[in-house]
Design a protein around this ligand. Structure first.
Ligand code: SF4
Ligand code: SF4
Length: 231
């Protein structure tokens, strides 16, 4: 219904599921029926997706957005035909860029796993309205994308400090924290979307959650050692 609804995850999921390119058609900029102007969000999301593809050594031209009104049938058919031809000429995703299927899929999977984090870090830029078209190409920078992936934090609960107050588990938006009464809490690293909510919510008197950047996350404490005996 609205390009503003097209999540970064939709784009990368399409590529993960075998699409060689993604074409998005939205209403003309500044003609949105809603105050949200979701098509500006879609534009920024596409610009970000292109930079991420570039970072993954995949052709950024595999993602395209066009703006038109419902009466612009000619623009729609022309741009779809042009995009389809370009993608066909380019060849299959990954293979055309000299990557094997496993490498391509694992790179896209890595992005998919980090999408909630990417959206948190980039939220201000994603909601900007780029009125100056010349700004588009350099709106997201290579350095920014490299930093995004190289400085992705992990969160870890120090078993020596956790007092099982359960606050972090209650606030985690994706139920990534396994806890319980009198039980040292642990973070499921596979489920964690790295939002940092637990880090901010652990009471200062406990300060049990560590933010790790560029460090391996220690293994979780074994189940039998997770019970806290109160004196
Ligand atoms: S960083 Fe966010 S998602 Fe991960 S465990 Fe903490 S609250 Fe949950
Ligand atoms: S908020 Fe801190 S002390 Fe409380 S359960 Fe979570 S990690 Fe443990």
């Amino acid at each position: 219904m609205c390009t503003g609804r097209i999540d970064l995850a939709f784009v990368f999921r399409a590529l993960m599921n075998g699409a060689d390119g993604v074409y998005i058609a939205g209403c003309r900029l500044n003609e949105c029926n809603y105050i949200t102007h979701g098509n500006y969000y879609a534009l920024n999301m596409v610009l970000l997706s292109k930079k991420i593809l570039e970072y993954l050594a995949l052709n950024p031209e595999r993602i395209r957005i066009e703006f038109m009104s419902s009466s612009d049938a000619q623009i729609f058919t022309e741009t779809v035909s042009d995009f389809t031809k370009k993608i066909k000429d380019m060849g299959p995703l990954g293979e055309a860029e000299g990557l094997d299927e496993e490498t391509t899929r694992s790179r896209i999977y890595k992005v998919l796993k980090l999408i909630p984090y990417i959206k948190i870090v980039m939220r201000n830029k994603l909601s900007a309205r780029l009125s100056d078209l010349s700004e588009r190409e350099h709106f997201f920078t290579r350095e920014e994308i490299e930093k995004l992936f190289s400085e992705t934090p992990s969160y870890y609960i120090d078993p020596e400090k956790c007092q099982a107050c359960t606050i972090c588990a209650q606030r985690c938006p994706v139920d990534a924290i396994d806890g319980g009464k009198n039980k040292i809490h642990i973070i499921n690293q596979e489920t964690c979307i790295r939002c940092g909510t637990c880090y901010d919510s652990c009471p200062p008197k406990f300060s049990a959650i560590k933010k790790l950047v560029g460090e391996a996350v220690p293994p979780p404490v074994p189940e039998e050692k997770r019970f806290i005996t109160r004196k």
